[in-house]
Design a protein around this ligand. Structure first.
Ligand SMILES: *Cc1c(COP(=O)(O)O)cnc(C)c1O
Length: 398
């Protein structure tokens, strides 16, 4: 057989749904901020599994937590009380200030749960409508897609959920006009991730908070990419004077294993009574064990504070490059270690050139270079990234 000679790329192309654009790397293992490939190269990973690998690769504390939990049990079902789940719930509620948590397996499932909470909560109040913002990303299930407007994700998949309405991004007047007594919830990313690292404006957030107290809808913050310390605060919404009723989390909180969470205030959480919502795998004990390791490490090592400091360094570096290459870089945006540089062109050539120099960065929304490094990076990694990017930009500046 010729199996041996075929590359992973060929084998993937022959067998998979063609839904993913893969990088041409054959990874053998990861360690800390680095990935090592079969051809003996070492890559600095500045997008960390799209914000999942907050503690980098093969973190000893996560590895040990997984090993220890898996050797006791990997699944019991949610009929059982599970010490590891409870421990993670206690950590999350104490770090977030929200008293109640529901565990899911993924981000989009946390969003589905939040939609159900909004509908259930609104059902006794004559409120059914859910408002969301243009250019958002909330996941790939039908509920999440109903809250989104980008054709790339939605085209051909309708009809979508009724009672969902898209509002223009950062338009306080449109928000004011759209909120009504029928508004059950407004859901948003306070900093849009897939949408191009776009933070909500201070004025939009102020209007949102005002309308929330006047009209009494549920404010739902999607912190799936931005949450758990990445932006220099535990949640991105904490950069604004707002208090969401419901928060969705996922990417970093399972230490690389699938785990999502919905956090809510006591009153809101109580709308879901026994049997009304559930999941087979949600809150899987091995994922929760890894999650405990992640949150303890974030807490003990003050990785949130570190994200704030290193985020400033990253942003300063990117702003320096924007000054040097004013045509190429149109704007630098972000909070902490969730940063973006908007280009005047597609970013693919630049991410490819960076990869050739063994640094992995991502491009989202076609023209936005996105940086989501592990929270454990050092200042030297930030400096190396900026210096390498300077070289790449210089080489395309004519
Ligand atoms: C990734 C992401 C989701 C979807 O999470 P999945 O785990 O892929 O379902 C939802 N919202 C935001 C903001 C995200 O970044």
């Amino acid at each position: 057989m010729t199996m041996q000679a075929r590359t992973m790329q060929d084998r993937e192309a022959a067998t998979f749904f063609h839904t993913y654009k893969r990088l041409p790397l054959e990874v053998e293992r990861g360690e800390g901020v680095y990935l090592f490939t079969r051809d003996g190269k070492r890559y600095l990973d500045m997008f960390a599994g799209l914000a999942v690998n907050a503690l980098g690769y093969a973190h000893p504390r996560i590895v040990e937590a997984i090993r220890s939990q898996a050797s006791r049990y990997s699944h019991l079902s949610n009929y059982f009380l599970q010490e590891t789940q409870i421990r993670l719930a206690e950590l999350l509620t104490s770090l977030s200030g929200y008293p109640r948590v529901f565990f899911s397996n993924s981000g989009t499932e946390a969003i589905e749960g939040a939609i159900k909470i909004a509908r259930k909560w609104g059902s006794t109040r004559g409120k059914t409508e859910i408002l969301s913002l243009s250019n958002s990303f909330h996941g790939r299930t039908m509920g999440a897609l109903s809250l989104m407007d980008r054709p790339k994700y939605r085209d051909g998949f309708g009809p979508f959920l009724e009672g969902c309405r898209l509002l223009p991004f950062n338009d306080p007047a449109a928000l004011r006009k759209s909120v009504s007594p029928r508004t059950a919830a407004v859901i948003l990313e306070f900093i849009q991730g897939e949408g191009g690292i776009r933070p909500v404006s201070a004025e939009f957030a102020r209007t949102l908070a005002e309308l929330q107290s006047e009209s009494g809808f549920l404010l739902i913050a999607d912190e799936i990419q931005s949450g758990a310390g990445r932006t220099g605060k535990f949640f991105a919404f904490q950069h604004y004077p707002v208090s969401p009723d419901v928060v969705t989390l996922a990417k970093p909180i399972g230490g690389g294993l699938p785990l999502g969470a919905i956090l809510a205030t006591g009153d809101v959480a109580s709308v879901l009574e026994p049997g009304m919502h559930g999941t087979t795998f949600g809150g899987n004990p091995v994922a929760c064990a890894a999650g405990v390791a992640v949150l303890e490490e974030i807490e003990e090592k003050n990785l949130t504070g570190r994200a704030a400091v290193l985020g400033e360094r990253l942003k300063a570096g990117l702003n320096g490059l924007a000054k040097e290459f004013p045509v190429l870089i149109k704007e630098v945006r972000g909070f902490g270690l969730m940063a973006g540089a908007e280009l005047d062109r597609s970013g693919d050539g630049i991410t490819d050139a960076m990869r050739e120099k063994c640094i992995l960065i991502n491009c989202t929304d076609t023209t936005v270079l996105r940086f989501l490094p592990p929270l454990i990076i050092e200042a030297s990694h930030v400096d190396e990234t900026i210096a390498t990017l300077r070289g790449v930009l210089a080489s395309i500046k004519k």
